[in-house]
Structure formats: C-alpha cells, structure tokens
Design a protein around this ligand. Sequence first.
Ligand code: UDP
Ligand code: MN
Length: 559
Amino acid sequence: MFACRRYGRPRRCIFYIFAFVISQLVFILILLRNESYDDLLASGQLHRNNDSGKNYLDWSEFISHRRKGLEVYYQYNLHLSDTLGVIRKLPSTRHCSCDSRPRNLPPPSSCNVSVVISFHNEARSMLLRTIVSLLSRTPKEYLHELIIVDDGSEDVTLLDDLRRWMDVFLGTRDRLGLIFLVNQERMGLIWSRNRGALLASGHHVLFLDSHCEVNEGWLEPLLERLAQDPNLAVSPILDPIDPKTLSYRRGNEMLKGGFDWSLHFHWLRRRLANQELPEMPYKSPAFAGGVLMMSRDWFLKLGGFNAYLKIWGGESIELAIKLWLCGGQIEIVPCSRIGHIFRRRHAFDFPPHLDDHQLSSAQETYLHNSKIIAESWLDEYKSMFYALRPAARRIPLAHTYDEMRQLRGEWQCHPFEWYLRHVSPELRMHFDELAATGTLRNEDRCLHATHKDSDLILVSCHLSDITQWRMLRSSGQLSTQRELCLGVAIGRRIALAPCGRNGTARMAQQWLRRGTHLLHAETHLCLDNPLKDRLELSPCRSQAVSQSFQFALEMESRT
Ligand code: UDP
Ligand code: MN
C-alpha cells in the first residue's frame, strides 16, 4: 500500500493486489476439489497403473475424447462436469440417525447386487463420476457386478476406453464382475435395462441412471429392507443435482411417487402416521423416479419392464402397478440417498412418429406406452385414461393385450380396483370426486383454455393439448388440470380464476347440471355460446343447442 502511494497509482495497485488474492483463492479451491480424488488414490481405492505405457487413470485424457457435444446436447453443464473431478465430496443429506443406527444385514452370500446402467449419449465425465461414486461408496462384498449398456451412443469408442479405464482403476480388486454391452442400434432404455437384468447374476438388481452420484451409505438401508420381504422393491430418495450448477441438494422425504389418470408421474404428499418418523421407510404407489432395486428373480418373474413399451417413458409406472397388483410392494427409503440430475428436457430424440402431426415423437411414444399400461392394467378404469387422453385412441398398437391379461391370471394379480382401494387413495379420491371429465363439447367445437393467458376459446376437439375439464361433484366447480375454475367475473363475464376453496370465490364458480346444460348457481343463468366463439350467460332454454355442453366421460351416478 505504501509502495502504491509512492508510485502515485494507488487504484491500479489495489487492483493487482485484488487480482492476486482472487487467483490464490481459485487455486485453493481447485486443490480442495481434487482432494477427494487424491484421498481415494491414497486410500488404495484407486490404483495408478505404472506398467502400462499410457496412464489411463488420467481423467482428463479419458474425458477429452469427445467434447463436441454442446450443453443442449446433454441438457446439463458439460464444462462444469468436466472440471469437477472424477469424484467429489457430497453433503450428507440424510437424517443423522441413519448414520448411527445398527444395520441388520444378511451376509453378502445371500444378498449381493448387480447394478445395471444403461446410457445413451451421456457425457464421459458424468458417466465416470456415476461409476466411481458407486465403486467408492458401496461395500465391496455386496457389489456383485456392474453391467453397463451403451444404448447406441454416438461416441463409439467410449465403451472400449471405459473398459480399459476400469481395468486400471480396479487394479487387483477382486469379486466385481464387469459386463459391457453395446446396442449397435439404439433400442431404448426399457429394452436395454431388461437386457442387462437378464444377464445379471446377483441376488438383487439395481437400475441406475448414468448421471447419478451415490451418497455415503446408500446401499445398506435398501438391503436391510429387501431382506425383510423378498417381494419388496425399493427406491432411495433422489437428491436433486442442479443441471446448471451441478450443486447437490437434499431431496424431500415427505413425497411419494404417484400418477394421475392421464398416467403422468406426480409427486404426492406423504402423511406421517402416528409415531412415524420422516426418516423411516414408507410405502409409495409408484417409484421415486427411475432408480429402483429389487430381487432379480422377482423382477424377471414379473416379466421385467414391459417389453412392448418403446424407448423411454411409463416403464416404472407399469412396473409399480404390476408389482402392487401381483403381490409386491414399493417402499422409499429416506436413509438411502442418490444424487440424480433432473434435466428440464429430454437430451435424446425419439423415433419419428407415424402420421399424427398433432403430437411430437416424444409425446406419441409416451402416449403409446401409456395406452399399453391402460389396456393391460386399468380394467374398466381405462375409460378415464381415454377421456383425458383422447389422442391415445388413434395410436395403433401392435398387439392385443391378451397375453398380459393371461399373465395376470397366472400370477393371480388383483384387479385395478384393488390398487385404488389399498395403494393410491389419492387416485381413487380423484375418481370419486368427479361427476364428469374430459373435453367439453359444444356443437362441433370444444372449450379450450389457452396455456399462455388462460383465455377461453372454442376450437377443434382434435387439438392435441385440448383442455381436459373436471366437473367436481361436491363443489360444482368446473376445473382445468391447472386448477383454474370456470366462473363468472364482474360484468357477468365468463372467465377462469384459481379454484376457490371457500366463500364467495367458490360461489361464483358453482355450476349445476341440468341435462347437458350448465346452470350457474348464483345467477340461475345458463352457459351459452350463441355466437359460436364467445361464452356468455343467458336465460336457460332447454332446446337451445348453443347451451348444450357435453363431457367426454360421464361418471356413473353413484349414491
Ligand atoms: N437412456 C437409454 N436409452 C434411451 C434413452 C435413455 O439408455 O433411449 C438412458 C439415459 O442415458 C439415462 C436413463 O436411460 O441413463 C434414464 O433416462 P433419463 O435420465 O433421460 O430419464 P429421466 O431421469 O429424465 O427420467
Ligand atoms: Mn435421469
């Protein structure tokens, strides 16, 4: 500082000092980040290969091979992934009692695990971090084998390079089986996971995504639960890793997995029973995402993931329904934590679709898969699915689902009604609450709420994302899936507003049904569309077609 003053350029000098301090800080940070990797080397869990001419443990060499992909290609921060190192310390996200609880584990000879990782176009650094975290944080004696399936990735040398890298990495470590499989043509996640599971020889099979980091002690709590009940399937809590910052956060153990009548996945609130603690394992109608573990034999006995499903989508919902109905159960185990990157968009393409230009290929694949689930498992409730996803009717299926129904007979599976009654009261309540649902038709048009500004318009009923309405029995409210209700605003204007829970807001949204007419309870006027494109209220006229509104699905009247 003194020198700065002497040379008369204090500002510039301060800037240099500041820059120096920052560069030192960055340097220290880099050192800290690599520390855990060096720790692993020092502790003997990683081995450098001194004999080979090439140092395959050089992480930067391994990952440098294919850097062409941009961030959009992977849908996460590739640069950060490449600079994070092969392993990093993760925050402990589970409840502290999980660390101290004594575990009651059977010997490895009766409960070891085969891990199946299928990937399509995953960044090398990400895939490697998934594998290294698994190998470093899993007790050796319980990890039977690792089955890695390259599902037609563009990086064609990846698997060979990985094989060599792993040879060096594992050194003389014994007991771990390694199977590398390549699908020359991309077959999709469902087919690939089944292929891996068929070859697996461990007692249990764990399906893991290729962009995960397992946290300390992830396996033991899962094994402990599976030892209690061989027909159980378990999920860890998935701790979200942010796709942009790759920061690792704590997943929520107050959520269960579930789905709606369109067969879309949803998180459901978990309610604690008396004496139940948040960190205790809990039953769930569906898995918490695609990471799950169960007995290999039980998985194969159930036919694995339904092989009629294409590429990606719906497979874990299908497995969940199948499990529950055919004698199994699903639990989420909060003491087990696995980090997973939840990407905002798919990082991969779906095969070109048939002839329905209303749907993207991804939507069509998902709808195709959902239709198979509905046809195979939903029994008479499939009409709910078709009412909400009318476009599914147009999707051709290659099979009739007799085979699945036959299996249901052989396995003595319960009907879907049982699932509603015993597993997902939420889904049942939703069903019981409905008086009618689906599209709302007035003459040859359907009532649609635009996504952007929730304007009400009348459009072709075949629009792919046409609004599906729900007429609620108890409140008389008519709501969209986004919980907006049709009501009457100032000046008797028909408009959407957030569904009111009580009071005047709810009164303005109450409709009574008179045949196909919708009578507004407060004003005693009927919903009308006299000019073909604008809704209004007018005195009820029983013969007026402009006042006739038909739902795609009327629920049977029940007392
Ligand atoms: N995957 C695959 N083949 C495909 C599509 C996906 O092997 O055709 C892999 C993908 O690389 C990932 C896993 O399947 O490891 C699950 O896919 P994704 O992570 O996109 O699903 P999400 O986690 O979003 O449910
Ligand atoms: Mn994933």
